[in-house]
Design a binder for this molecule. Structure first.
Ligand SMILES: [Zn+2]
Length: 413
């Protein structure tokens, strides 16, 4: 066993500083007291703005604690003697066969992370939503869905880790290239299967059959000069009062998904505005662009991770005998999580650009700024959040421009 070399120490320090720095910066910027946005008061009552901001602050605090708890747990596993002993014990369950060792460590660490995150996930996914009247689901039903999701995730990720370790064993230096391709392919497959395989596990998905909505889609698609995309309705109304729409799937599974709540709450002109917005995501292949950026960031992270894993050989307390030792999986998990957090601002920026373009596209297609603004107002009322968040928070983490910015753009200001 030895101490880590200086470059290795620098890399870990830098990553922790970036990841934790970003998490804490976002927390403090969100919690900082500010007066209500004067412009937002023209569109929303003060009480609603106050409530939305409170909701955003509570969610940010819980998300911060969740991230700190899971990063902390992984850091203890990787860098504390007790954690290292636990990982070595898990590895030993595999009785010398590497696939079994990898499966034990992957499922063990994954399950531990799920347990550590459970209270925060419960708060964010259920208790917090319930306190604001956003969910009608019972706590047990939520737990059932959550456990099903976690179990599916654990199985998928164990398979992924097995593929990854097969690559690391083949080439301790160049595995990152193959692994980046595998990861990119995996997320592409997951994105393609999401609306047809994963989503139906939790919600009913069915084709939209409302003739008025169908006529609207045909007319929009004609004006946009694109082929009619599949449009499906997602039934969430029994459980949730949130309004949402999205483009999901890739290639043959690509479709516009509209929440049933959205179809119920929005006027036809507002539904048209939302559809036109979603059509832009489909036309400009925004899902694919997001995937490509994610794949590039992943490749960079894996390249660094390959070097890190080799440099960690023999370093205490984990004392990896080789780069492919299965207990090193926890190191990879921690390393890649930190890289993922550090890459958030780039992903958020790309997503916001696509959202700005989609709003513009919706305006051009419908020529109805009023309906677009009204849809924003209804979305903001149904999905509480900060209508005018601190600019720093928006730039570093938001996938959408703030509601007030979107309203301003729709009104040509
Ligand atoms: Zn969008």
């Amino acid at each position: 066993m030895r101490e880590p070399a200086l470059p290795l120490k620098c890399l870990w320090t830098l990553l922790f500083a970036l990841g934790l720095g970003l998490i804490l910066l976002l927390l403090f910027a969100t919690l900082e007291p500010r007066p209500l946005d004067g412009e937002a008061l023209n569109y929303f009552p003060a009480a609603m703005l106050e409530q939305g901001r409170r909701f955003a602050r509570e969610a940010r605090l819980a998300a911060t604690l969740k991230a700190l708890a899971s990063l902390g747990a992984l850091a203890v596993l990787c860098f504390h003697p007790a954690g290292a002993r636990l990982l070595t014990w898990l590895e030993a369950r595999g009785r010398g066969r590497w696939p079994r060792q990898v499966a034990w460590v992957a499922v063990g660490v994954g399950a531990m992370a799920a347990v550590v995150e459970l209270p925060f996930a419960y708060y964010l996914g259920h208790a917090h939503e319930r306190a604001y009247g956003l969910t009608r689901q019972s706590a047990w039903a939520w737990l059932g869905d959550h456990l099903l999701g976690a179990a599916v995730g654990l199985v998928f990720s164990a398979l992924l880790w097995l593929a990854l370790y097969a690559l690391i064993r083949r080439s301790p230096r160049r595995w990152w290239a193959g692994a980046s391709l595998v990861m990119a392919g995996y997320s592409l497959l997951l994105a393609a299967l999401y609306p047809v395989l994963l989503l139906p596990l939790f919600h009913q998905v069915r084709p939209v059959d409302d003739p008025q909505v169908l006529a609207m889609i045909h007319s929009l698609a004609e004006r946009a000069g694109v082929r009619v995309e599949k449009v499906a309705e997602l039934r969430v109304g029994d459980e949730s009062s949130r309004l949402n729409a999205m483009v999901a799937g890739l290639g043959p599974t690509k479709q516009v998904l509209l929440y049933d709540t959205l179809l119920r709450e929005l006027s036809p002109a507002e539904v048209e505005a939302v559809l036109a917005h979603e059509l832009s995501h489909a036309v400009h292949a925004d899902l694919f662009r997001g995937w490509a950026l994610q794949a590039a960031l992943n490749a960079a992270a894996m390249w660094l991770a390959a070097w890190m894993l080799r440099a960690m050989r023999g370093v205490s307390p984990l004392g990896l005998p080789a780069a492919h030792a299965p207990r090193g999986l926890a190191l990879l998990m921690l390393f890649l999580s930190l890289c993922d957090i550090a890459g958030t601002p780039a992903q958020a920026a790309l997503s916001r650009r696509a959202e700005v373009r989609a709003d513009k596209y919706a305006l051009e297609l419908t020529q109805n700024p009023r309906a677009l603004v009204q849809s924003f107002q209804k979305l903001a009322r149904a999905n509480p959040g900060d209508v005018a968040p601190p600019p720093l928070v928006e730039v570093l983490s938001h996938s959408h421009p703030s509601i007030i910015r979107r309203i301003r753009a729709a009104e040509g200001r």
